[in-house]
Design a protein around this ligand. Structure first.
Ligand code: GDP
Ligand code: MG
Length: 164
């Protein structure tokens, strides 16, 4: 078996932890320890993110579709990935999470789709709460990483998720 290093990026509260925990354990968490980023917005953290990106092989960029600001926030994150990896075609998926909150939507499906088209990556709307497209999301990032078929780390035996 192969090890896949997936990095989940997005601003605080978009559901990075909830999506990952839903995929791994099949349960939805209403309250989870806030991710380190939410508390340590320091320069030290910026270099920490560089390190995550350097080690990551696949990237899930998450915004909350009930929060327009979170959609704006992911654009510089994608720039950072391209800068650190020095490569445009890094395995990456754009995700609008919280699709169960349709009545509170602030980011149109068309907006997400257009950004993904610009980036040349897949786009999905998910819900960690109702488990919509969660398995499909992780299956797709693995598919992308296999397609990119990075030659290293072929012989390891588990999946690593770095939640940020
Ligand atoms: P993170 O900071 O990106 O890791 O965000 P969390 O995973 O901690 O989620 C932040 C809040 O949003 C928590 O209260 C979650 O229960 C909630 N949440 C996460 N995903 C969803 C979702 O798909 N739908 C709804 N309704 N709430 C969600
Ligand atoms: Mg978190």
């Amino acid at each position: 078996m192969r090890e896949y290093k997936v990095v989940v990026l997005g601003s605080g509260g978009v559901g990075k932890s909830a999506l990952t925990v839903q995929f791994v354990t099949g349960t939805f968490i209403e309250k989870y320890d806030p991710t380190i980023e939410d508390f340590y917005r320091t320069e030290q953290f910026a270099s920490m993110r560089d390190l995550y990106i350097k080690n990551g092989q696949g990237f899930i960029l998450v915004y909350s579709l009930v929060n327009q600001q979170s959609f704006q926030d992911i654009k510089p994150m994608r720039d950072q990935i391209v800068r650190v990896k020095r490569y445009e075609k890094v395995p990456l998926i754009l995700v609008g999470n919280k699709v169960d909150l349709e009545s509170e939507r602030e980011v149109l499906t068309a907006e997400g789709r257009a950004l993904a088209q610009e980036w040349g990556c897949p786009f999905m709307e998910t819900s960690a709460k109702s488990k919509t497209m969660v398995d499909e999301l992780f299956a797709e990032i693995v598919r992308q990483m296999n397609y990119a078929s990075l030659p290293e780390k072929q012989d390891q035996c588990c999946t690593t998720c770095i939640i940020q």
